[in-house]
Design a protein around this ligand. Sequence first.
Ligand code: SF4
Length: 399
Amino acid sequence: MPYSEDRSAWFEGQGLWQHIPASDWQDWAWQLKNRITTVEQLERFMTLTADEKAGCAFAKQKLALAITPYFFNLIDRQDPNCPIRKQVIPRAGEMMVSEEEQLDSLGEDEHSPVPGLVHRYPDRVLFLVTDRCAAYCRYCTRSRLVSNAQDYNFHPEHEQALRYIEAHPEIRDVLLSGGDPLLLSDKKLEHLLSRLRAIKHVEFIRIGSRIPVFLPQRITPELCAIFKKYGPIWMSIHVNHPKECTAELRDACERLSFAGVPLGNQSVLLKDINDDVEVMKALVHRLLRMRVRPYYLYQMDLITGGAHFKVDVRKGLEIIQALRGHTTGYAVPQFVIDAPGGGGKVPVNPDYVEKITDDEVVFRNYEGRLFHYPLKSTPRKTGVEVPLPAQGIESITVY
Ligand code: SF4
């Protein structure tokens, strides 16, 4: 059945946690303290499939299990194919490692001059400020180090990284990521942002975070005031499915937006989660309504134990083709493959161009109709003579 939804409805409320005071529910520390982190806790709320039970047993060695109560409410507990469930509840597929998969599939460690900093491109760095997240995505590119389930010995050194950035005037762009930077306390985050702002050559600061999606309660007025003070701070959030677009997330995006934070979204193309035109269309439309520009759609990285999430690249192209021209241009993300081993993001686009010669470009539009765009200017054979009053020029021919 094609995906459909009530476009005027936004999920909201405390769901399974009706009994607790609203002040607790709205408190991000309460949400973190009450995360579901064990199979026993999960089984108190739902019946796990054998596949999920096996995945949970393995999670301790791969990537910890953690789900905030807020995000758990979005799971359809009766449906093993629920797209929210598949993102955060481990499955046996995580135990299967394929030949082409790697722990550090993007070769980040090779380009790390100090712990927690990746300097691959001359003018920008990736600053991994923590190994913790509010909840753990089972397809995470950095599952080798987030949650530290794999004893990866990852200990970000903020001071060392800041000194490195200070000493490299070619760095103009710093991306704070992790783990999730918004799990740091306001004090720590303000310290990092103030230090970065004080570096004259750092022009652009951005944050990659899934906190608004897992824990919108973290987007407090105090946090927004910090962003306002040190702004502009750009932010990429990470929403994969329209069911994640709740009233709480929408309101958190509004608070960020009003604090002057431009918002983009990065989705990962995931098997049986969002590899569907109607699902993606519903998602990008909801994102625009939440003031978030769909930015990237990623082909999944080749991380160990991720094959069960992998989608054929042609499906991604089909989705982009079904969006481009069929909906608002702002709603169309760029489909990219992060080149394995560390070649950077490469755009992958549907092919609209039939041929290019010295004379013309021949291309198809979104409906598949053929058009010609001439590259040479050819004067028309007949023209209209327009008399001109200017000195020395009696007339000009307009074609
Ligand atoms: S929030 Fe980001 S870093 Fe954390 S588990 Fe999910 S994808 Fe990985």
